[in-house]
Design a protein around this ligand. Structure first.
Ligand SMILES: Cc1ncc(COP(=O)(O)O)c(C=O)c1O
Length: 398
């Protein structure tokens, strides 16, 4: 028998992946499931991006690449940051990894360890807390509320700082809430760090998906002193419908990139060569595909908001970005559905999936009990039918 490690035992499985697996099992049994659990666009990767990968494979770009990515992909990333955010960076400040999740893992492994504290505002993307714990560092959760639009205040940040604080993790637009901080709000937050040695890990993977007047902010551009203290994370999964290609990156001070490069060289050698060619096409090719997908997400967001707001007891702030609705279902706690008493977000989601075949993710997975997350990265017919089912199921409560 092979014993598994303490590390393996300490990691919780990803709640979103677990929710997706459960739905797939029901689907395999022939049941129609309204699956709103997964955070990935339902669109196929745009054709010109696929063509670039095919061409790369056919022309022999099928070997290991430099650990941090090819010269072409790093140049494409630098050019994109200059054009999109006005951020100057050099290839030595860029590293491409196997998805943004991997970039975050490597960034944390390169910068924090036992005894260090990492400040994470809640609700947070499911993996943050476990990725921090895997390094031996301690996640310090700062709870925000729906009333504040799920935004952490500078006073809350200051109160969380200790001599052991090393890193603040920010994520705007946010998964799971869709919260988008304004530039002024982010300035006020980072100013609380100026006199400290705390660095910022800013996960900006939803930066191309904001709605209405809201615009994304690249945290590294906020203050001149911040660029040397910020690790910017992003990736192609969400904006270019490229989840399966596993392309994420970090832009960070050269010394941090070097440390991440060393870690990555022992972990995976390099990211996939053909995916890197696809990423070059995504970042440097026509951008209309992003605008088209954003337009469709905006329409789905409107539809989702109008249907959810028509359900008694459901409360939610309108998401400013990403493709999630994060809503309060505490009005239904203590009620009985088909003989099952719902007491928290997990029992709510389990009963909803089993009885009405609607799949949502419990808020507890994001550090926010009382809420559930719905991804609207699915077609409008599914949103309409699934939310009708949800409404009907909620009305059946005793
Ligand atoms: C906030 C956030 N960061 C990072 C990721 C990871 O993306 P990937 O590893 O596909 O690049 C996700 C995916 O859901 C996310 O929501």
């Amino acid at each position: 028998m092979i014993r598994t490690s303490k590390l393996a035992a300490s990691v919780k499985p990803s709640a979103t992946i677990a929710a997706g697996t459960k739905a797939r099992q029901l689907k395999a049994a022939g049941i129609k499931v309204f699956d709103f659990s997964l955070g990935e666009p339902d669109f196929n990767t745009p054709q010109h991006i696929c063509d670039a990968a095919e061409k790369a494979a056919e022309s022999g770009q099928t070997h290991y690449t430099p650990t941090a990515g090819t010269a072409e992909v790093k140049a494409a990333i630098c050019k994109w940051y200059k054009a999109f955010h006005g951020l100057d960076c050099t290839p030595e400040q860029v590293i491409v990894s196997n998805g943004a999740k991997h970039s975050i893992h490597n960034a944390l492994a390169a910068t924090v360890g036992p005894g260090d504290e990492v400040i994470i505002p809640t609700p947070y993307w499911v993996s943050y807390s476990d990725l921090v714990s895997m390094t031996g560092a301690t996640p310090v959760l700062v709870n925000t509320t729906a009333e504040s639009g799920f935004k952490m205040s500078p006073a809350q940040l200051k109160a969380a700082l200790t001599p052991n604080s090393r890193l603040l993790m920010l994520n705007s637009p946010n998964n799971p809430t869709g919260t988008v901080y304004t530039r002024a709000e982010l300035e006020a937050l980072v100013d609380a760090l100026e006199k400290t040695e705390v660095a910022v890990l800013s996960d900006e993977i939803y930066e191309q998906l904001t709605y209405g007047d809201l615009t994304p902010t690249c945290v590294a551009t906020l203050r001149p002193w911040l660029k040397d203290r910020t690790i910017t994370i992003s990736g192609a999964s969400k904006s270019y419908a490229m989840t399966g290609w596993r392309m994420g990156w970090a832009v960070a001070p050269a010394a941090v990139v070097k440390a991440m490069d060393t870690i990555q060289s022992q972990e995976t050698s390099c990211p996939s060569s053909v995916s890197q060619a696809a990423l070059v096409a995504a970042l440097t090719g026509p951008q209309e595909c992003v605008a088209e997908m954003r337009k469709e997400f905006a329409a789905r967001r409107e539809l989702t908001l109008s249907l959810l707001n028509a359900i008694p007891g459901v409360k939610l702030p309108a998401p400013g970005g990403a493709f999630y609705a994060f809503f309060d279902v505490t009005a239904y706690f203590g009620r009985t559905f088909g003989g099952t008493k719902v007491t928290d977000s997990l029992s709510f989601c389990n009963a909803l999936l089993e009885q009405a075949h609607v799949n949502l993710v419990p808020g507890v997975a994001f550090g926010a009990e009382g809420f559930v997350r719905m991804s609207f990265a699915t077609n409008r017919a599914t949103i309409e039918a699934g939310l009708a089912k949800l409404k009907e199921w909620l009305a059946s409560a005793n």
